[in-house]
Design a protein around this ligand. Structure first.
Ligand SMILES: O=P(O)(O)OC[C@H]1O[C@](O)(CO)[C@@H](O)[C@@H]1O
Length: 403
């Protein structure tokens, strides 16, 4: 019997030296600050702010957001509501890891002057890395491969595009900062859960079912080589008639290095259309659907919140409730979906997501310790596999669906 979800599973903190979350706070965050510092000719004030963030990462405590944290003050108010007052003055390592990581990115944007006023206002500190990835030869290869996809049976094509979107999650830039080998490891047989039949039963082919109008909410994760296959999947589902409308949720501002913003959606779309061949046809279809309103892009402030989706505000809840199914991409969204806790791996995914307002699916490669919904046999096989990093190494993936 699967365990049922309970609030008793401990929240993941980053305070255990040698653990994965500790390594992210102690090593990955400083590496990200250095990467941003090297990528831009920031002025002395910006460089000083970046150095202060580096020092804070090493041994500092969380400070309240400054009074000029954003021009309207709204974001400062949001952070107050999201726990700023409770956590200010505490160590980065002793507050929930999800909160600490999320706040780190907010501080980084502050340090580089993202919220202005000034010349750095609105400049995405991660844009150079995102564009490099979009322009990489691997992206060309992936797009060229679409030309052959038209010749395979429809069912196989749909499956290939779903898996492209799933494994595209491994192209996360922050992840590859410290795990460059992950790109080449084994793929589809590494699925630890596969509810794709349930997903297709929610989005049936119109020829096989008298389905009503369907709306897909896709909560995107990374830009570049993950967003491109996400857009291909949406375009394909629209073309097939499995989906009538789609809502694409992205981040309102740069986050977790490579998370997609509205600007990244445009970059990916232009990239598709410029590629020619089948890729351009997918891009053209999406372009038209955006222009006629069948596809919309949303950048809700809660998408950058340091909290689980269980705490989502009413308007976002309504969005998801109106969808035929909401598909959440990636590791961070998974952590926020089921709660960033040390769940027993056999905890029921359906129970952990019971609060979610409608059918929900997770497409995720495993890049942090959180996991639910495994069968006891799968858990045992993974533990016996001799791969100690199966939870965090990005070598495994899951498709989990709750109707
Ligand atoms: O891009 P994804 O799949 O959300 O993964 C990002 C993951 O990387 C980390 O930032 C660090 O491993 C995790 O906190 C997060 O879950």
């Amino acid at each position: 019997m699967p365990d049922t979800a309970s609030e008793s599973a401990p929240v993941i903190l980053g305070n255990e030296p040698g653990s994965f979350p500790h390594g992210v706070l102690a090593e990955r965050h400083p590496a990200i600050v250095r990467q941003v510092r090297d990528a831009f000719p920031h002025d002395p004030a910006r460089r000083e702010a970046l150095d202060a963030l580096l020092a804070s990462c090493a041994d500092g405590v969380i400070e309240p957001l400054p009074a000029d944290a954003d021009p309207t003050g709204r974001d400062r108010d949001r952070w107050a509501a999201w726990g700023m007052d409770a956590y200010a003055g505490r160590s980065w390592y002793d507050v929930p890891w999800l909160w600490a990581e999320s706040h780190f990115y907010r501080r980084l944007l502050d340090a580089v002057g993202y919220f202005g006023p000034g010349p750095w206002q609105g400049v995405d500190p991660f844009r150079p890395a995102k564009l490099t990835e979009l322009d990489a030869p691997e992206t060309d290869e992936e797009l060229a491969a679409l030309d052959g996809l038209d010749r395979v049976p429809a069912g196989e094509r749909t499956r290939a595009l779903l898996h492209g979107s799933l494994w595209g999650n491994r192209a996360d830039l922050g992840f590859r900062l410290s795990d460059r080998g992950a790109d080449t490891a084994g793929k589809v047989d590494a699925l630890v859960a596969d509810d794709s039949d349930t997903l297709w039963s929610l989005l049936p082919h119109p020829a096989t079912a008298a389905a009503g109008p369907t709306t897909l909410c896709l909560v995107a994760d990374n830009a570049g080589r993950e967003l491109v296959p996400d857009l291909l999947l949406v375009s394909h589902l629209l073309a097939e008639g499995r989906v009538d409308r789609a809502v694409l949720h992205v981040k309102p501002y740069p986050y977790y290095v490579s998370d997609a913003t509205p600007g990244d959606v445009l970059d990916a779309l232009w990239r598709l259309r410029a590629a020619g061949g089948a890729a351009a046809a997918y891009g053209d279809l999406l372009w038209t659907a955006l222009a006629d309103g069948r596809v919309t892009v949303r950048a809700h402030p809660f998408s950058c919140a340091p909290l689980p989706y269980a705490d989502m505000p009413g308007d976002l809840r309504e969005d998801f409730a109106a969808a035929t199914v909401t598909v959440l991409k990636g590791d961070l969204n998974y952590r926020r979906l089921v709660g960033d806790r040390w769940w027993p791996p056999t905890t029921s995914f359906a129970d952990a997501t019971a609060y979610f307002p409608g059918p929900v699916a997770a497409l995720r490669t495993l890049k942090s310790d959180v996991i639910t919904g495994l069968s006891a046999a799968t858990e045992a096989a993974l533990e016996a596999s001799g791969e100690p990093r199966w939870r965090t190494g990005g070598t495994h993936a899951l498709i989990q669906v709750r109707r």
